[in-house]
Write a protein of this length. Structure first.
Length: 147
């Protein structure tokens, strides 16, 4: 092989190598595009993901022990105005450590949510049976008899 033939072959090998490198770059790019497509199929658009993240971020107050008034209102699913009314009428327990800002313990809010339960029919029946048994026990004990 002549020097010129060798140089031509070398140029062709370099051209093939460049094409292969471009193909590798394109393959890497296709993998990235596929990853992005899979991501958007799973999470929606980037805007959807940001919106979801902000929603989760806003709900992190559920993990806090002490909540400010706005967080407590959101936690109870009521307006801040209603929250202020509950504090002014002393219907809900709160703290005012610096005399200005109002704070609520999450466990106190949970107790407030549980006030005035409406019992199911089966629970009412169960309690009636228990009360009847207790009443019969007391009558028996008054007569001096043991069960």
């Amino acid at each position: 092989m002549t020097e010129e033939g060798f140089l031509n072959t070398l140029k062709r090998v370099e051209a093939v190598n460049e094409v292969l490198n471009r193909m590798e770059d394109m393959d890497a790019m296709l993998k990235k595009i596929t990853t992005i497509e899979q991501f958007t199929e799973r999470f929606g658009t980037l805007e959807d993901l940001i919106e979801r993240f902000e929603s989760v971020e806003k709900q992190l107050y559920f993990m806090k022990e002490m909540l400010n008034l706005e967080e407590a209102a959101r936690y109870l699913n009521i307006s801040t105005g209603h929250m202020y009314r509950l504090t002014s009428t002393h219907e809900i327990t709160y703290s005012k450590p610096n005399g200005k800002h109002i704070f609520f313990e999450r466990k106190e809010l949970d107790e407030w949510k549980r006030r005035n339960p409406i019992l199911s029919k089966s629970e009412l029946d169960r309690r009636a049976v228990l009360a009847s048994i207790q009443e019969n026990k007391e009558k028996t004990n008054r007569k001096g008899k043991k069960l």
